[in-house]
Structures are given as C-alpha cells and as structure tokens.
Ligand binder design. Structure first.
Ligand SMILES: Cc1cc2nc3c(=O)[nH]c(=O)nc-3n(C[C@H](O)[C@H](O)[C@H](O)COP(=O)(O)OP(=O)(O)OC[C@H]3O[C@@H](n4cnc5c(N)ncnc54)[C@H](O)[C@@H]3O)c2cc1C
Length: 684
C-alpha cells in the first residue's frame, strides 16, 4: 500500500485561496435566486454530542466488554417484552429472526407482498469478511483499517472495528443456514476482491449474493413466524413513529391493500428500512426504496447524520433516455477482471475492438497503479466523470466508459468468465442488446447507496430512547464512502449479532407501561397520518407525483451529485424550496385513501424526499471540505483528489429537526482517531 503522507497543511493554504475566490465569484455571478439563500442562516448550531456506549478500553476488547456490561433479560422475561421491526431486508429479517428465536414478541413490517422481496435481494457482488482464507495478509485490523480509510476518515472507529470483528461470524452463520457461497475446486469458500482493498475477502454467490443471503435470513424469519414469535405484516407502510414520554413506543401504518390506518405499539421500535438513494429519482435502488420511515422518525426527534454522504457507483449501465425510471448496476465484482478504458482521443469513434492498445487510455491503471481498476467507488466514479468531461466518453451523449473483458476471456477462457459473472453478462445483454463477451460493456456512474442515515450510538440506539436503527438506515459504519461488499456485512452484523446484544440493555428496564390507545401521542401520530393523506388527495392540482420526483432528482443530481459547489448548492436549496411549494399546491393524486392507491403511496414518499433533499444540500453546503463521496469543487488537491479539512470537519454532522419552517440544528459528534492515523487518502 502506498499511502502518501502528503499532509493537508501545505495544500490547505492554496485551497483556502481557491475557496475564497470561488465564494466571491459566486457572490458576483449569481442572481437573486441564489443570493436569497444565505449559507450561514440555513441552520443553527446546538451542543456537541457523543457516543457514550462504547466502553473505554482497548478497541479490540470493546465489543466483548460491551456485551458483558450490557444488562441481560432472562428467557422468561423476554416473553413479556415486545419489539416492532420495520423492514425485512438483511438488517431487519436477521434481527427479527434472532430476537424471535431469543423469545421476544416481534412484530415485523414491510411494504412488499413478501419479506423476501426487500431491496437486499438485488445485491449482486458479495459480502466482506476478514477470514483470511487466501492467506494474503488479511486480518480484523486490516478490514477495520481499509474501511476507515475507504470512508475517508469520517466514520467512528469503535463501530468499524466491531464490524470487522463480527464479519467472520456472519459467514459461519450463513454457511450453517445453507447459503450457497461460491467454492473453490477443493471445496473451500472462494473469495474475490472489491474496490479499495488489496486482499481477497469478498464471499459471493455468483452475482446473486444478496438474494442468497436474504433467502437464508428469510428462512430463519419464516421459522419464527411459524413458531409464533414473529408476527409479519406485509403490504403495510409505516407513516409515523409514536413517541410516548420521550420514548419510541410504536408506529402508525397504512394497510396498503385496504387503506386502513392502524397503530401498533411495543416496548421498543427498530427501523431497518434501508437507504434513500431514490431522492435522486434515478438510482440503482429498487423503485420502492424511500426515506419515509427514517424521515418521520427524524421529525419526531431522531437526529439525521451526514445526509449528504451518498455513493455514486462507477459501474452502472448508462442512462439511455428521458423516459427511464430506474438504473441498473453492473456489480463491482466485474472490476476484478474487467479493464476500464476510453480512447486516447475524443475524436476516435471507431468500434472499440478496432482501437489498438496504444490508442487506449486505461486511466485507472495509469493514475492509480497500486490499486488499478480496484480503486474505491468514489475515486473510480470521479475519474469516469473527468474523462467524459474531457470529451473522451463513449456511447450516446459521450456519457460512458468501456469495461472490457477481452483480456480476461483470453487469459481465463470464456467458460470461466461465464461461471463467475454469467448472470451479470446476461443482464447487460438483455438491457442493452449488446453482447459483452464480444464487445466491451459501456458503463457510467449512478447513485447507488447512502452512507448517511439516522444517528445511532454504539448500541445502535438513535437519539430517541427506545428507537434502534440498523442496516443502511443508520449512518454508523461507512463514513463518507462505503467500500464494496460492506453493506451486506453491516446489515447482517447489525441484525444477527449487534442489536440482539445491545437491545437487551434497554429492554431490561421493561416491560414499560402499556400504551393507552387514547394517549395523546397516539392520537397526534394518527392525526398526522390522516391529515397528510387528506391533504394530498384534496390538492387536485395539475402535475403528477412523478413529475415532481423527477424534477427533484434533476436538482439533486446536478447540484448535490458527483460534484458539489457553494454556488450550486445554494441554488439547489432555492429550487427545492420552490418545488416544495409547488408540490403542496399543484400535485394531482388520483383515487382515494380507501384501498390500493400507488399514486398516494408515492406522493407521501416524494413529499418526504423533498424535505430530505433540502437537508442534504444544507449538510453538503456546510461541509466546506471534500471527503469520500462528498466532493466539493472548491476543495481538491492539485491532482484533483478530495481534500479534507480535518481541523474543522472531523465530525459527524447530526441534524435535529427543530419544527416546521424552523432551521435545522446541527449537533457535532467529534471523531477521534486513536488506532488509525489520519492521512491524505491515496490509492496510487
Ligand atoms: C443493485 C444493488 C446491488 C448491491 N450489491 C451489493 C453487494 O454486492 N454487496 C453489498 O455489500 N451491498 C450491495 N448493495 C447494497 C445493499 O444491497 C444494501 O445496502 C442493503 O441490502 C440494505 O439492506 P437493509 O436491510 O438495510 O435495507 P433493504 O434491503 O432496503 O430493506 C428495507 C426494508 O424496509 C422496508 N421498509 C422501508 N420503509 C418502510 C416503511 N415506511 N414501512 C414499512 N416497511 C418499510 C422494506 O419493505 C424492506 O423490507 C447493493 C445495492 C444495490 C442497489
């Protein structure tokens, strides 16, 4: 590994100058629209916050120590305690199965018609674990180090170390469940590499790893459903959180088939509701993914952390037209064997197979010789954008680069490439009509994952007591950039191993007094849901929900996407505020609230995306540094890499909702690095 020790200080002076210049010229050049948004008046600053749950012992002992110090609940008492879990993806299904098996009364919710249709099923490439089966120098510490560095030093050390420790248990658990991981000839589990690392630690089941892992978790969940410890509510959407005496005690859901509004209460609530990439309209996420569960909790007091940290994945099938509503990922695993290139000259329009080696630019291999095509996603995405901005992109509109398997097919043979990646190649052929065994794939970056989410402490408890958050819905482990194959690891770590050990500590004080259905907090939450539905149905405007979503997506992609700037973000905030006003006065939602109404479902989600979009831009504006997936045009090294400002921004930005039409309040959780040295990240 060749980490350059180029420290920020020399560069910093140069960049502050560039920054000031950029801000001044923004002031001169932009019109009233942008000037109406004064960056410093967008939020208030509250008291710093800290995680108080991670024990103050050596990092390698912290998780054992916490498991020991956390209070236990004896098996007889578990039967008296109830848990609501929203979400049946890897994070939610694993938690429900484990807590059900432990004897708690679990009630699970998802909006799909089956728990196994959760978005997790789409995950392709693999799941990381520090097993060191390849004997290539891997270890718990290396996985921890790679993840902290990959996240551009913006994650919490304690949580990441625990994730690396627990990663090894996940594989054992899944193998025991019968998950069909790929195996080598001798029968041992196979591994491949993902971006940002130099070892092979990614376990996989062809290009269907998420599906196989979810089937494992789903079977465990179904077993508990059959045993009566888990009650499953499919086609139910959580629309509000019920907070009684400061504690999360339930949720209000809409039965998506009958339209009935129901209240469910419990001793504790867990949100495992996934990420919010669809705020960008076009993303690789399942169409249904949304922010409503976490956003509603945020409005009830849960801090939202680092909302601007989004991941743009470098290897997606390029957008092909304006009618498109979904993007398709080509798994990062393809970068193990595929080589990424563009023609040396933007004028070169020949069939790629006719372009000789000397006239190709394998730009990742050239610029990052140590990691080559396996640099982390944020770096690979920006590099693709840069070559396309230079006019060297390929395909329609010049927004594409080649991912070429010709060398791999020659070296390994077509059969072996087919065995590893066959279903991905088939998918590409079906969508594009091109045969990737014969001509290079065309790929371009697309929104894929959100590192931000509800703030949680080491116990995965949010700032609302009794509200726990797991999987992609929380912010906890990936800093400003997630490494490939680490989301599945985190979801299952949270659900199978972390939450079941920490939630006891909270539940040991229970059972809490039963929530009275007439409690004002319940009435308020139900009233909010019904009022919103009535409002959405009563506007009867002229624009479809999708037209608002699409417009929001354009704003977010243009100004809060792969590159962000002071001027662009200020403009985006103005535009989003205008969009919000237009939405609430001109949206047209057909049908009624009684029964299946997909336009109504989408309207509620888009309304929340609009509010989230504004907070994302405020977060991105206030963070006047580049880190990981958050690339501020004004803050870059001479080589065009992300330039952090650790002296000012080495903190988690946890945002508090202060009320309707009030400014959000920023709480900082300072990040302390005791086990990894803060450095300018380099993959050269
Ligand atoms: C195409 C693609 C490929 C990927 N490949 C990989 C990979 O190879 N390796 C890797 O590590 N990561 C991968 N990821 C990322 C990974 O799949 C996700 O981060 C992870 O699956 C999220 O799991 P989760 O359990 O947190 O949420 P999800 O799987 O998104 O589940 C969310 C659940 O919450 C429910 N829900 C949400 N809101 C509500 C509500 N309001 N009311 C009721 N229920 C609700 C949903 O019904 C669903 O059951 C990939 C992502 C994509 C998009």
């Amino acid at each position: 590994m060749s980490d350059h020790d180029e420290t920020k200080h020399g560069l910093r002076d140069r960049v502050v100058g560039t920054w000031r210049h950029a801000v001044d010229s923004a002031k001169d050049s932009v019109g009233d629209l942008i000037n109406s948004v004064d960056a410093d008046l967008l939020y208030d600053t509250g008291a710093d916050i800290a995680d108080t749950k991670a024990p103050k012992v050596d990092i390698a002992q912290r998780w054992d120590e916490r498991k020991f110090s956390a209070k236990l609940v004896n098996p007889a008492n578990r039967r008296k305690l109830s848990v609501i879990i929203v979400g049946t993806g890897l994070a939610g299904a694993s938690a429900a199965a484990t807590l059900g098996e432990a004897g708690y009364h679990v009630t699970s919710f998802c909006y799909q018609d089956s728990p196994r249709r959760a978005h997790s099923i789409a995950a392709q490439g693999g799941i990381n674990a520090a097993k060191n089966y390849r004997n290539d120098g891997d270890s718990v510490y290396r996985l921890f180090y790679d993840t902290v560095k990959g996240g551009d030093f913006r994650s919490r050390e304690s949580n990441v170390y625990r994730l690396a420790q627990v990663s090894t248990n996940i594989i054992d658990q899944c193998v025991a469940q019968g998950v069909p991981f790929a195996r080598e000839y001798g029968g041992l589990l196979d591994n491949r590499s993902f971006g940002g690392v130099q070892v092979s630690r990614t376990f996989y089941a062809r290009g269907q790893t998420g599906q196989q892992l979810l089937l494992g978790a789903y079977q465990a969940l179904e077993r508990q459903i059959a045993a009566g410890t888990v009650t499953m509510h499919t086609r139910h959407e959580m629309l509000e959180l019920v907070v009684v005496d400061g504690k999360a005690r339930g949720i209000v859901v809409r039965n998506m088939v009958t339209g009935e509004i129901e209240t469910h209460t419990a001793d504790v609530v867990v949100l495992a509701s996934g990420g919010y990439s669809n705020v960008f309209y076009l993303s690789t996420n399942a169409m249904g993914c949304n922010v409503t569960a976490t956003w509603r909790a945020h409005r009830k007091g849960a801090h939202f952390a680092n909302p601007c940290y989004t991941q743009i994945h470098p290897t997606c099938i390029p957008v092909s037209g304006d009618y498109q509503s979904k993007l398709t990922l080509m798994s990062e695993s393809l970068r193990n064997d595929g080589r990424i290139w563009v023609p040396m000259s933007g004028e070169d329009k020949r069939d790629p197979r006719e372009i000789p080696e000397a006239e190709r630019d394998y730009y990742l291999e050239r610029a990052y010789p140590a990691f080559g095509n396996l640099v982390p996603r944020d770096i690979a995405s920006r590099a693709a954008k840069n070559v396309c901005d230079e006019g060297r992109g390929v395909g329609p509109g010049g927004l594409g680069v080649y991912l070429d398997f010709a060398d791999a097919i020659e070296r390994l043979g077509r059969k072996s490439v087919e065995a590893k990646y066959g279903n991905l190649f088939d998918m590409y052929a079906q969508i594009t009509g091109e045969n990737p065994y014969e001509t290079p794939m065309r790929i371009y970056p697309a929104v894929h994952y959100t590192m931000g989410g509800l703030w949680v402490d080491y116990d995965l408890q949010s700032s609302i007591p009794g509200l726990f958050v797991t999987g992609e819905a929380n912010f906890s482990d990936h800093g400003a950039n997630r490494l490939g194959a680490s989301a599945l690891m985190q979801g299952l770590a949270d659900g199978y191993f972390v939450l079941p050990n920490t939630i006891n500590d909270y539940l040991a004080a229970g059972p809490f007094p039963k929530v009275d259905p007439a409690d004002p907090a319940v009435a308020e939450a139900v009233g909010l849901v019904k009022g919103r539905i009535d409002k959405l149905l009563s506007i009867k405007g002229s624009r479809t929900v999708d037209s608002f979503h699409k417009e929001l997506g354009h704003i977010m992609w243009d100004y809060c996407g792969m590159e962000r700037s002071e001027e662009g973000l200020r403009k985006a905030i103005s535009l989003i505020r205008e969009l919000k006003t237009a939405f609430w006065s001109d949206v047209r939602v057909l049908g009624t609230g009684e029964g299946l109404n997909q336009a109504l479902e989408r309207a509620g989600r888009v309304a929340d995306f609009i509010e989230l979009g504004e907070l994302m831009c405020i977060d991105a504006l206030h963070r006047r540094e580049s880190c990981g997936g958050h690339f501020r045009a004004e803050s870059q090294t001479e080589d065009g890499e992300a330039l952090r400002h650790d002296d000012e921004y080495a903190y988690v930005a946890a945002w508090e909702f202060a009320g309707e039409d009030r400014r959000p309040v920023l709480h900082k959780e300072p990040l302390v690095y005791e086990y990894v040295e803060l450095k300018q990240r380099s993959y050269k």
